[in-house]
Ligand binder design. Structure first.
Ligand code: AMP
Ligand code: MN
Ligand code: MN
Ligand code: MN
Length: 283
């Protein structure tokens, strides 16, 4: 099972990716993906399209989403896989999680205006594919387009991360809620890109143990945002805490993403892949 070329993390125009679910399905297929999931931020509006598109190109598919969660003063991402995307608590929970994005975007724009960057809200909106899902990525694309920065990672570094002029603190879902929406809908909750959070060892321990207490079962080991050393470290975490291992590129765009769909290293063979417990949920 570990040798499957599974790519269980990516984004479409339904959140902050630049490709449609249909084009992503074709790209995944062309790149040799065996099992795919579209995991738009706080949104499952693209799932029916992804299921259909996967069927059309002959690709196995698991439903997916990436839920924004506030934990220990930071934003943590929890990926949900293989759930029933019509389950009401999931649908309503994600809708509530998306709800604050509009005001947050207006606040971000007002803050950017104070450092001389005008029209960022309108500028970001030009890149938005889903009116309920304006994200920092859309602002980053606008700031590159308008010449303020030369690439999106420079925008995040200088403007959109904690302490920088365009950053607005935001209250996302609770960890316990995100995990229970996913598990109540018969899916598996997975901690996304654990190396990205910059937690202290104590905070990370709290995240993992609370996540497990609430019913979380998986962790991303091989992801587009981990180095080889980080993947090795979180393989150890998966062993230590008996977590299922997941693998996903976090692909957003051919121009911006470091990892293309289906192009990641394999999971270590001794780990139990998350898809081994999701066989019945495969479309
Ligand atoms: P948001 O949900 O609006 O806070 O936006 C989060 C998204 O911003 C992430 O899912 C990434 O796509 C993107 N992002 C976060 N940090 C960076 C970074 N340092 N460089 C490029 N993109 C980033
Ligand atoms: Mn994103
Ligand atoms: Mn993420
Ligand atoms: Mn992601």
């Amino acid at each position: 099972m570990n040798y499957l070329n599974a790519d269980l993390h990516c984004h479409s125009v339904v959140s902050d990716g630049t490709l449609t679910p249909e084009v992503l399905a074709q790209r995944a297929k062309a790149n040799g993906v065996d099992l795919w999931s579209l995991t738009d931020h706080d949104e499952i509006g693209g799932q029916d399209r992804a299921i259909e598109a996967a069927k059309t190109v002959g690709l196995r598919y698991l439903t997916g989403t990436e839920v924004s969660v506030s934990f220990a003063g930071k934003t943590v991402h929890i990926v949900g896989l293989g759930f029933d995307h019509t389950q009401p608590s999931m649908v309503q929970g994600l809708q509530a999680t998306r709800g604050g994005r509009e005001l947050r975007a207006q606040d971000m724009s007002a803050q950017l205006e104070r450092v001389g960057i005008k029209g960022a809200y309108a500028g970001a909106l030009k890149y938005v594919g889903n009116p309920e899902l304006i994200s920092r990525t859309h602002f980053a694309r606008f700031l590159v387009e308008s010449g303020v920065c030369s690439d999106t990672s420079e925008v995040f570094r200088k403007y959109l991360t904690d302490g920088k002029p365009g950053f607005v603190e935001h209250k996302w879902a609770r960890l316990s809620d995100a995990v229970s929406w996913i598990t109540q809908a018969k899916g598996i909750a997975v901690i996304a890109h654990p190396a990205r959070y910059g937690f202290t060892p104590n905070e990370e321990y709290a995240l993992i143990t609370e996540f497990i207490e609430h019913g979380g079962k998986g962790i991303e080991v091989v992801t587009g945002s981990h180095t080889e050393a980080e993947a090795a470290r979180y393989a150890d975490v998966a062993r230590e805490f008996n977590l299922l291992a997941s693998r996903g590129s976090d692909f957003h765009s051919p121009e911006e993403s470091r990892q293309d769909l289906g192009s990641l290293p394999a999971l270590p063979l001794d780990l139990t892949p998350v898809w081994s417990l999701l066989k019945e949920q495969v479309h």
